[in-house]
Write a protein that binds this ligand. Sequence first.
Ligand code: MN
Length: 245
Amino acid sequence: MKPLIGISGSIIIDQGGRFPGYDRAYVNNDYVQSVLRGGGIPFILPVLEDDETITMQAQAMDGLVLSGGHDVNPLLYGEEPRLKQGTPFPERDHSETILAKEMIRQGKPVFAICRGIQLLNVAYGGSLHQDLSYMETESLKHDQYHNPSQETHTITTEPNSVMREQFGQTTLTNSFHHQIIKEVAPGFKATAYAKDGVVEAIEKIGEDGFVLGVQWHAEMMTKKHESMQRLFDRFVEEAKTRRKK
Ligand code: MN
């Protein structure tokens, strides 16, 4: 049996067509395809509000992908919203926080991407810069806007990390974010940085498994860049190893 991989979903509201204003539960298909190529069975986990049901979603899965999207609500890390904060989605913050904590409590792998790394960091007590312009020094361009699979900036990995094992000292990534990690959550360490010091990956300390977040959209690169698919492969392999152990 292949491992069951939950991908946290979102809700998109139809802007036109037959049902303007209609809610749809969804994930971008690149997540699904990357998990599938890695040998997992992908499941979309819709945003739910009932804690018990969300916990059971997590219990049913062998691994969790926290997907990209909305800015995390700054109230969750003790800040009021600043001018460049995007529209939050509190129900999604809530359901993903429960999903992530339940998976980690059970020793199951979590792979957090873009918003996912931010959510994971905040869920464990870290904080964010609500916009790159709120950094003390000028940052590089971290939102390339177009060409999802294109590499635009360098990252440098830290020794003794999954990042170093997977990518060596440096690699290139895409970048589609305007928020960044300010303080890394207790119990986690930054394991990759952009050249301007922006945290591009975090990993849970003392974890012999796989609890890891990346700030770039790895799933958008997997088709063209083998090293990015290999990160999914490793994540799915961890889920498989830990399944019913
Ligand atoms: Mn970046």
